[in-house]
Design a protein around this ligand. Structure first.
Ligand code: FES
Length: 80
């Protein structure tokens, strides 16, 4: 499914980039994740950035859960 219509970025691309990360993602630097997924292209309208943030938060929850040996559903990252 396309997440970013401006640059044709799919949820699969975001998932692939995030699954390669083993350290927590700084949500305040979500534009860096965007740049990775868009091969360096700048965002245009920015409407998709919320979905990038949500995906990064979910990945952070998975990373925290795995380091604490918990189920991801037991972790809720509010803000980093
Ligand atoms: S939908 Fe992603 S920049 Fe416009």
């Amino acid at each position: 499914m396309y997440v970013c219509l401006c640059n044709g970025i799919t949820d699969k691309t975001i998932d692939e980039k995030l699954s390669a990360k083993s350290e927590l993602i700084d949500i305040k630097k979500i534009k860096e994740l965007y740049a990775e997924c868009s091969d360096g292209k700048d965002k245009q309208c920015g409407k998709c950035l919320t979905q990038f943030r949500d995906a990064a938060k979910n990945r952070n929850e998975d990373i925290i859960a795995s380091t604490m040996n918990l189920e991801p559903s037991m972790i809720r990252v509010v803000n980093l």
